[in-house]
Ligand binder design. Sequence first.
Ligand SMILES: Nc1nc2c(c(=O)[nH]1)N[C@H]1C(S)=C(S)[C@@H](COP(=O)(O)O)O[C@H]1N2
Ligand SMILES: [Mo]
Length: 319
Amino acid sequence: MLIRIPRGSDPNSSEITPEQVWRQRRRFVEAMGLAGIALATPGLARTAADCQKALPRLKGVKPSRWKVNEPINSFRDITHYNNFYELGTDKRDPARFACHLEPRPWTVVVDGLCERPTRFDIDELLTGFPLEERIYRLRCVEAWSMVIPWVGFPLSLLLDRVKPLSSAKFVAFESIYDPKMLPGQRRRVLDWPYREGLRMDEARHPLAILAVGLYGKELPRQNGAPVRLVVPWKYGFKSIKSIVRISLVEKQPPTTWNRIAPDEYGFYANVNPQVDHPRWSQKKERRIGEFLRRETLMFNGYEEEVASLYRGMDLNRWY
Ligand SMILES: Nc1nc2c(c(=O)[nH]1)N[C@H]1C(S)=C(S)[C@@H](COP(=O)(O)O)O[C@H]1N2
Ligand SMILES: [Mo]
């Protein structure tokens, strides 16, 4: 995401050194800041490459009819160009700091307006639900995109287990909050923990999945291990990573980006080439690994499946 992150540096230093040198130095100092924090914690004994090698292959994964007929991005691209602010704000930071995130032990609490609030151990999620491969486009609001072979299961199956009450109109999601594990959380770049939300009918749509893997293996940490949401018709920021809580609620829940910049990031965040972001056009996107930009598709190419969810809504207003 593009935000103006408050910086602590002295504004006058730009007068002393040429602008570019100053910028480079500032970037270096920032990178060192995170690396410095990182070195002080045990995770860095392993390199990101070690963590990736150790990813177990998921068992019993079935192919699904959901596959985009476009080249799939490489494992390298998918794991080295990430947005995961808990692990740093640069696209390369999540890979560098990935090892800090320890995906076991892990529980996901599902609670709120339901008959059977439940704590799921992550391994119950891996073995207790039918895993499918879903090859989806992921389109970031920053105008780049990728095609990713996720492994996961429909979110609706998890919701069924807890038996939502009829008063539950929205689903709220919360990422892990643990500044010891997540060096990026030691700075207030965002209002931690990261939060997202869906309307109940969106959450129950068959395209919305909880992903527990990609390329047939457990999720790499930088992609949101051990479990993250994937809502392919919406901008990537809705696809919240490293989830620890899913709550059924009556009112539209607050979401991280909407709270930071409500005029830029709406609750709905449906991919919409016809509605410009206040600071740039949404008409085109750069597929990572390609040179020419592509036309962005309405609802990220899933119009036929999801347009009915928004019938009658003014998408200029409900962006
Ligand atoms: N917890 C958390 N989830 C997050 C983010 C984040 O910073 N923190 N970034 C979002 C954004 S903006 C995008 S584009 C996608 C990127 O997912 P990927 O790195 O697996 O491609 O994750 C989303 N989920
Ligand atoms: Mo994004």
